[in-house]
Design a binder for this molecule. Structure first.
Ligand SMILES: [Mn+2]
Length: 263
C-alpha cells in the first residue's frame, strides 16, 4: 500500500462487460490518497441503454469510492460524455462527492492542472455523435474479442496481458493523427487558461507529454490498458500502467511510443 497525494482515474465504463473493475480495485487498494479525481466515463450510460452488464465488482468499486469520501478523502467527479447525464449536477455535492464540470488541481509544487474529461476537444464526438456511438459499438466488440483471446492465451499458458484493441489501434495510422489533434487542442485550451498543465481522459490513451509550455497528462482507461495517474508527496506526477504489472511490459513500452485510437 502507498499513500499518495492524489489519484486521477477516468474511463472506467462501469456497466459494461469490458470494464476491468477487478484490476481497478487492486489499483485502488495499492494507492490510498488525499484526493481522488474521477475524470469522466466512470459509469457508461450509453452502453447501459443497450443492455446493462453490472457485475458485483462494479458495486464494489462504487462502495470503495463512497467509503473513501466518507472517510474524508476529497472525492471529485467530473462527468464525461458516457455519463453526461450527471453534468446537470455540476456544482452539487452528493454526500461527500463533489460533481463539477471541470476543476483545477494545485499540485504540491504549486503548479496548476486543469481537470476535464476532454470530449469537447474531440472533433469526432463533438460534431458527429452517431459516428461516436458507432465507434463505441465497434470498440467494445474489439475489447470483448480480446477477452476471449486472453482466455485462450491463458489456456495455452502464454503469460502476460496482451491487448488486441491496443494492437489494432496501433495499426490505424489515422488514429495517430486523431490523438495528436486531440492532445494539441486540449493543450491549447489549457494555455488559454494560463494553467501549467492538464489532466484528462476520454481517448483511452494514457500519456505524459510536454506540449509547448503545457504538461499534458491523460489517465488512459480501465477497459483496455488499465492505467491511472498519481501525484506523490514529493511532487512527482506519473502515469501508472497497472496492466503492465500483470506482465506486459514490452507491449506497454511499444504502446507509449505509438499513440492510438479511442472510444
Ligand atoms: Mn469519453
Amino acid at each position: 500500500m502507498q499513500q499518495v497525494r492524489a489519484v486521477f482515474i477516468s474511463d472506467v465504463h462501469l456497466g459494461t462487460r469490458a470494464c476491468q473493475a477487478d484490476r481497478l480495485l487492486d489499483f485502488l487498494k495499492e494507492y490510498e490518497s488525499e484526493y481522488l479525481y474521477m475524470l469522466g466515463d466512470i459509469v457508461d450510460f450509453w452502453a447501459m441503454s443497450r443492455g446493462i452488464q453490472w457485475a458485483a465488482s462494479h458495486n464494489t468499486v462504487v462502495q470503495k469510492v463512497l467509503r473513501r469520501a466518507r472517510r474524508g478523502d476529497k472525492v471529485f467527479f467530473i462527468p464525461g460524455n458516457h455519463d453526461e447525464a450527471l453534468r446537470e449536477y455540476a456544482g452539487i455535492a452528493f454526500g461527500d462527492i463533489r460533481v463539477e464540470s471541470e476543476w483545477v488541481h494545485q499540485g504540491i509544487d504549486g503548479r496548476r492542472y486543469w481537470l476535464i474529461h476532454g470530449d469537447e476537444y474531440d472533433q469526432v464526438t463533438r460534431h458527429h455523435r452517431w459516428v461516436a456511438v458507432l465507434g463505441d459499438v465497434a470498440y467494445n466488440g474489439l475489447v470483448r474479442m480480446n477477452h476471449v483471446l486472453s482466455r485462450v492465451r491463458r489456456a495455452l499458458h502464454i503469460s502476460g496481458y496482451w491487448s488486441l484493441a491496443g494492437y489494432a489501434k496501433q495499426k490505424v495510422k489515422r488514429a495517430v493523427g486523431f490523438i495528436f489533434d486531440f492532445e494539441d487542442a486540449v493543450a491549447r485550451a489549457t494555455q488559454q487558461r494560463s494553467l501549467d498543465g492538464v489532466i484528462c481522459g476520454h481517448i483511452h490513451w494514457a500519456s505524459d507529454r510536454q506540449i509547448g509550455a503545457i504538461r499534458y497528462l491523460n489517465c488512459g482507461d480501465w477497459v483496455d490498458t488499465c492505467s491511472a495517474i498519481v501525484e506523490h508527496y514529493d511532487g512527482r506526477i506519473e502515469v501508472v500502467n497497472w496492466g503492465v504489472l500483470a506482465g506486459a511490459a514490452d507491449r506497454d513500452k511499444e504502446a507509449m511510443d505509438t499513440p492510438t485510437l479511442v472510444a
